[in-house]
Design a protein around this ligand. Sequence first.
Ligand code: 5GP
Ligand code: ZN
Length: 113
Amino acid sequence: MSDCIFCKIGTHDIPSNVVYEDDKLICFHDLEPQAPVHVLVIPKKHLTSLDDVSEEDKELLGHIMFKIHEIAESLGLEGGYRVVSNNGEDAFQTVRHLHFHVIGKRKMLWPPG
Ligand code: 5GP
Ligand code: ZN
């Protein structure tokens, strides 16, 4: 997707503060962190949201979840962390490229707003 900012972060056409990267995903610090640790994990493949995934993406989604666990460990989130994916308008998804927020190093509230 030529006009997608997260695709451009995935190809390094837009710079970001990268935490981890492999051939399938990239993890980088959020521009407006909502906690002392706030990173985003995105597939390099353009998927608009979870509504956009298909059977062929199952391995990719499993890889993302597995790497989130490793990334959280590398960021020292042993006290706990939250993984959030906003999907669609009601969830207030602002960037239409599937992403997972990984937020930690502060106490969270539940339920979310
Ligand atoms: P959403 O609201 O779609 O769940 O989350 C989008 C997130 O992307 C927001 O937390 C926002 O701060 C972050 N964001 C938007 N544009 C950029 C960018 O160009 N660089 C980085 N690092 N984060 C971005
Ligand atoms: Zn994209």
